[in-house]
Design a protein around this ligand. Structure first.
Ligand SMILES: Cc1ncc(COP(=O)(O)O)c(C=O)c1O
Length: 390
């Protein structure tokens, strides 16, 4: 794709021709109004060739293919690294975020006085679940109440002190779409010697993130929402920190002699020390297609487009008197707008029956991506108003 520029009559949106070409890559978009990208993003049609090639490889199997597969796995990890401002070799992939987060958690001795994991009550449930399990190794989970659907950074900052080992927060809430003030929390955590672990599943691909500029320690995310991929997750660890961490939950691919099939005495270089067992290349190969399309558009243009779309949802909601849960200020908004509507789950189902696809997690979540149009937002909001008037 060429680099599309915003068209003058639609501030924040892509050039019409480039946008139409981008949409044509996603067959799902011709079947419905798809605003469910915060749950599962659309996968581009280029994935079909990857799947066919994969079958051809399996059909005529030779072990040598692993050489190409390792190149593909590394290429995908490095493409993620480029997207988040990380150096090559600082990202590793695995099946899901939970596996990688538990692996990171296994790097630490939870010894008093520095044994606390500060988190919020707006985490995706996997975060408290994992750190509750780590209580048996001494971890003390400190869940800071947000007092509502947006983060309370004052309360969080006040709880981060010399007893804090890790601050584990999302970049954006999965339930309200609110983003967190990461620079402020990184500053506070580092001032008291704590590390910051960020669950960026709800932002990477739609909200720009520069891990190097931010100085954040650990970032995790996954392919199947805003990255237009499927079945793979990623972990970034700040390179100088990675060199000091030793995961207890590990596997042979993390060893320095992994591909010689000899016992390893040390760790593989870079983020590979956070690998596990035999990797699963198919999902990285498939997910590369969507990632390349997004990289062709560029993070800044994606964000402009996303903000234009979510602003339209907000305008329409305000005009219709629908209660908005997400922040209205652009800098506090992720890629999703959450609306508080009566009988939301049933409304979501009725909309789906009309090929208007969004999700419901306590609130109606409307998550447009770079390939959606303002016309689709209007069609969706028209249908929503009709459903609410029934
Ligand atoms: C913020 C966030 N973290 C984590 C997950 C899930 O991670 P996993 O890959 O472990 O299923 C999700 C949603 O699926 C999410 O929205």
């Amino acid at each position: 794709m060429t680099s599309p520029e915003p068209a003058p009559d639609t501030p924040g949106c892509l050039d019409a021709g480039a946008h139409a070409a981008l949409r044509a890559e996603f067959p799902l978009l011709s079947t419905c109004v798809y605003l469910n990208n915060n749950s599962t993003g659309a996968v581009p049609r280029g994935a079909e060739h990857v799947l066919t090639d994969y079958w051809e490889t399996l059909r005529g199997w030779r072990d040598d293919v692993w050489q190409d597969w390792h190149v593909g796995l590394d290429r995908y990890a490095d493409s993620i690294a480029a997207l988040i401002g990380a150096p090559p070799g600082s990202v590793v992939t695995d099946a899901n975020l939970s596996t990688l987060l538990a692996r990171v958690a296994s790097c630490f001795d939870y010894r008093a006085p520095r044994d606390r994991v500060v988190t919020t009550d707006l985490e995706y449930p996997t975060v408290p679940f994992i750190f509750t399990a780590f209580r048996r190794y001494g971890a003390r989970l400190d869940v800071v109440s947000s007092g509502g659907p947006h983060f309370d950074e004052d309360a969080l900052e006040a709880r981060i002190d010399e007893r804090t080992l890790l601050v584990c927060v999302p970049h954006a809430s999965f339930s309200s779409g609110a983003t967190i003030d990461l620079p402020r929390l990184v500053r506070r955590a580092h001032d008291v010697g704590a590390l910051v672990v960020v669950d960026a599943f709800q932002t990477v691909g739609v909200v720009p993130l520069d891990v190097t500029a931010l100085g954040v320690d650990v970032v995790l995310g996954g392919a199947h929402k805003w990255l237009c991929g499927v079945g793979t997750a990623f972990l970034y660890v700040r390179p100088d920190l990675a060199a000091r961490l030793e995961p207890a939950a590990t596997g042979w691919q993390a060893g320095d002699r992994a591909l010689t099939f000899q016992p390893s005495a040390g760790w593989a270089p870079g983020a590979r020390r956070f690998a596990g067992g035999t990797p699963y290349p198919l999902t990285s190969l498939v997910s590369q297609v969507g990632l390349d399309l997004l990289a062709g558009v560029g993070a800044a243009a994606i964000r402009r487009h996303s903000l234009a779309c979510t602003s339209r949802v907000l305008q329409r909601a305000a005009a219709a008197g629908i209660s908005v849960v997400s922040p209205v200020e652009p800098h506090r908004r992720g890629g999703v707008v959450c609306l508080d509507v009566a009988d939301g789950e049933a409304v979501k189902r009725r909309l789906a029956a009309r090929d208007m696809v969004c999700s419901w997690r306590g609130y109606l979540r409307i998550g447009p991506h770079v390939y959606n149009t303002l016309e689709e937002i209007d069609a969706f909001m028209d249908a929503l108003e009709e459903e609410l008037d029934r």
